[in-house]
Design a protein around this ligand. Structure first.
Ligand SMILES: Cc1cc2nc3c(=O)[nH]c(=O)nc-3n(C[C@H](O)[C@H](O)[C@H](O)COP(=O)(O)O)c2cc1C
Length: 195
């Protein structure tokens, strides 16, 4: 059976085929301690019928927000096909051997940054200067000598959509095609929205 997630997956594949620079990125929005929305870019590691997988630091502010209030939205835009989407979801945070293996495939600089978060300063902590970061990263790189094991906080976040809006823009006539899907007791409903 084709589900809205499959539909999003098919559009994602098309965006990748079109070499869309935004194909692998999305915006993850959480609600912070003051109830304010806060957003950041994340990388889509996979998008299939199970949901959308991200790699995150379990100690980061975004995960702290989620644990605090359970709210988030993921949104993205693929300009090559003029498709926007947003979704709300349940989520699972996994810290498994397979996740640590996946982490090992990340580029060196990316792994170094994750280890920096674990050993030196946590993600999103304030820095006295940019030079401090560069010096501390160089020192950590020299200390590790490529002996890199995944930090314990490295996690796979699996987003399982319960609400999904897909919009296909038609700039020529403004008759954008907007569809809102909601999951109720394992059945998806579709509502067509005024563009
Ligand atoms: C292109 C790009 C891709 C990124 N991908 C991820 C990602 O997959 N996972 C992640 O945790 N942070 C990623 N980041 C960093 C986040 O945008 C963010 O700065 C960081 O996760 C800290 O967010 P937080 O303090 O709100 O938790 C990416 C940033 C950019 C610019």
């Amino acid at each position: 059976m084709t589900t809205p997630i499959n539909r999003l997956g098919t559009l994602h594949e098309t965006a990748i085929e079109q070499r869309d620079p935004c194909a692998h990125f999305a915006t993850l929005i959480t609600m912070d301690e003051e109830g304010q929305p806060t957003s950041r870019i994340v990388t889509l590691r996979s998008l299939d019928q199970d949901g959308i997988a991200l790699l995150v630091n379990a100690d980061s502010p975004k995960i702290r927000h989620w644990r605090m209030n359970g709210k988030w939205e993921l949104s993205g835009f693929w300009p090559s096909i003029m498709v926007q989407y947003r979704l709300r979801c349940d989520a699972e945070l996994e810290q498994t051997k397979a996740v640590r293996q996946e982490w090992l495939a990340k580029p060196h600089a990316s792994r170094l940054a994750d280890l920096y978060h674990q050993r030196v300063r946590p993600e999103s902590a304030p820095l006295p200067s940019r030079q401090t970061l560069l010096d501390e990263l160089a020192a950590l790189d020299a200390e590790l000598e490529n002996d890199m094991a995944a930090p314990p906080a490295v996690s796979r976040l699996l987003l399982k959509p319960k609400l999904l809006e897909i919009g296909r823009a038609s700039l020529a006539d403004r008759l954008h095609d907007r569809r809102l899907y909601r999951l109720h007791a394992e059945t998806w409903t579709e509502t067509i929205l005024v563009p």
